[in-house]
Design a protein around this ligand. Sequence first.
Ligand SMILES: C[S@@+](CC[C@H](N)C(=O)[O-])C[C@H]1O[C@@H](n2cnc3c(N)ncnc32)[C@H](O)[C@@H]1O
Length: 268
Amino acid sequence: MPGTMDWNKLWQDARTRKTWKKKKKGDWDRRAAGFAKRNRDSDYAEQFLQLMKPQSHWRVLDVGCGPGTLAIPMAGQVKSVTALDFSSAMLNELRQKAIDKKISNVYPLQACWTDNWLELDIQPHEVAVSSRSLSVFDLKGALEKLNSWALEKVFIADRLGSGPFDPDLFAALNRPFDPGPDYIFTVNILYQMGIHPSIDYIEVDSEKTFRSRDEAVAGCRWMFDDLSPAEEKNLAAFVDERLEKKKDGHFSLKRRLPVKWAFISWNK
Ligand SMILES: C[S@@+](CC[C@H](N)C(=O)[O-])C[C@H]1O[C@@H](n2cnc3c(N)ncnc32)[C@H](O)[C@@H]1O
């Protein structure tokens, strides 16, 4: 019975089994530059913004904003963006992009999902966003927070299945793979909160273009924290088998399974 099951507890239990363990602030700091680079060539933000349809009167609270994947392209279409993240390195990436693009209505804020947002004086915004940033222990608490800080709308992008990870690569390295619980837990918790959201899907990056073979290897390498020298070799062989050199000198890497995100939204 969806009405009586404790989906937050089921979410917490399922997370203990996942391959990609919870990342602390320092882990995200280390990943900031690589994450920003990988996102530069993806049309994820474009697809998200097409579904979101930003409006000029919106003040947007972007929780887990990362390097500004959405905050930067959105800035010209909304009144302002409060870009919240606990990683200072991610926020530095965002600050640099804002300077480069002469953007002055994006306000970085270093804070955590679990901080007391009232004490931090974070005001309600017309819109609250969580894009690929719901990797939290207390999912229900995070959803309640997004809902209470939004005056008009909430937008979430949540992982569907393996999300950005490539199960074929894990298999090639003989590594077990469990992506952990996905968006369906979010939808069930929302249901129990009395919220019946709209759901769309974003599909990206089934083919990625790289400037070099090394860049293509790095585009896969991030999925693992620790690789033995033998596994490094297997990873390079996996990439080489799939890499195609294009006429313009670039390299194209195709995945069998596309990367999918659930785009979940509701009105207040
Ligand atoms: C996968 S990135 C997504 C970034 C961006 N929203 C996007 O869609 O590209 C997840 C982001 O959430 C941030 N994050 C993770 N846990 C957090 C927490 N507990 N509080 C605040 N930010 C957090 C990370 O630092 C990282 O920047």
